[in-house]
Write a protein that binds this ligand. Structure first.
Ligand code: SF4
Length: 371
């Protein structure tokens, strides 16, 4: 029940459980242990909700009336509203989700090659991390999102996508996913379970600003998702200026932890490096970055900063980005310059901002990440 409260799937007043916030295993346990059903029935219910996208118990097939009635008394299935959709010239869609308490968060649907359709998901309303290049950091943290609110972003975006199937999920919208660890872990389980949404773990990516203890926890608990880290600097002096988290978890500790994670999980880490003109984009930075990454199985996504009013940071030239990439590649680091998407609708790198609410959203939707 502690989990239920932390992750917000139990209503404090009615004690009703939100099935969309429960993992397939938890639904199975509820059905067998509490509702006296045969093994497998709970997983079948989970599959109908998460794979079949059925939000009404009465519309479920193959669920006996006794179970349907019992679930109806004990549970609910929450829904959410996509309040606004904006479409960019390049096809990128920015979505505004309205939450039950009138907070709002944004998401982005990004088309890629080979029918790839990536959904960028928010994990918190606002963010406490305070990265200076991010609008979310300016508004502070309103609250953590529940697992069900993350699941509902996938449901809402799927409706917007119509016949196109979402193929990849990136937890890269507003918020620091690892600061909302329990809810995110349950979301990943729902996203990747065969009785959940059934995404390949390679196609679910958690992006963090570098919460060292939680990266260790991901490794130790075998979290079934890929990891991306927003690095953005090669010295503690610059990184601490850009990202206050670095004062608590400096570069050497972060790199050590990433190496531990890569070894324990057997996964390659994605390094996100946003270039800021004259701050972190020099050839010396590229060489230092290659040295920092030499023992880490990784690939580097290089992004060009999208300035917003009052940020005090500038976008470097495309040529500077190419030189930076070439220096990394010449030192055997896999590196790609990524195109920002949806710049004309403020859905690109660092441009998202929920102006219509008391929260701000997000930062780095870019083309194609992960498999
Ligand atoms: Fe938070 Fe990420 Fe923005 Fe940093 S970049 S303030 S961690 S949302």
């Amino acid at each position: 029940m502690n989990d239920a409260r932390t992750r917000g799937y139990i209503d404090a007043w009615t004690k009703s459980l939100d099935l969309k916030g429960m993992t397939p295993h938890e639904i199975e346990r509820l059905c067998t242990l509490e509702l006296g059903q045969k093994p497998g029935r709970g997983l079948a219910v989970a599959a109908q909700i998460f794979r079949g996208r059925i939000e009404d118990l009465d519309a479920m097939t193959g669920v006996n009336s006794q179970l349907r009635q019992a679930l109806g008394l004990r549970c609910k299935i929450s829904t959410s509203t996509v309040e606004k959709v904006e479409t960019s010239e390049d096809g990128t869609k920015k979505l505004l989700y309205r939450l039950h308490d009138d907070n709002a968060v944004e998401g982005v649907l990004i088309h890629g090659p080979n029918n790839r359709l990536t959904l960028c998901i928010s994990t918190q309303a606002g963010c406490a991390s305070g990265c200076v290049f991010c609008l979310t950091g300016r508004g502070g943290l309103a609250r953590n999102l529940t697992t069900a609110e993350m699941v509902n972003q996938v449901f809402g975006a799927s409706r917007v996508a119509g016949s196109r199937q979402i193929t990849n999920l990136v937890l890269m919208g507003s918020g620091e996913p690892l600061a909302n660890y329990e809810a995110v872990k349950a979301f990943v389980e729902i996203a990747t379970h065969s009785s959940g949404m059934g995404f390949s773990p390679k196609r679910v990516t958690i992006s963090t600003c570098g919460l060292v203890p939680m990266i260790r926890r991901m490794a130790d608990e075998g979290m079934n998702a890929s990891l991306a880290v927003s690095l953005n600097a090669t010295t503690d002096e610059v990184r601490s200026r850009l990202m206050p988290i670095n004062q608590t978890y400096p570069l050497s500790l972060l790199m050590q932890t990433l190496e531990y994670y890569a070894e324990k999980s057997g996964r390659t880490v994605t390094i996100e490096y946003v270039l800021f003109k004259g701050v972190n984009d020099s050839s010396e930075d590229a060489v230092r970055l290659a040295e920092l990454l030499e023992d880490l199985p990784c690939m580097v996504n290089i992004l060009l900063f999208n300035p917003f009013p009052g940020c005090g940071l500038e976008r470097p030239s495309d040529i500077r980005a190419s030189i930076f990439r070439d220096l990394l590649v010449s030192r055997d680091i896999v590196a790609v310059v990524r195109r920002s998407r949806g710049r004309d609708i403020s859905a690109a790198c660092g441009q998202l901002s929920v102006l219509s609410s008391n929260t701000h959203a997000s930062r780095v939707p870019y083309e194609a990440i992960g498999g």
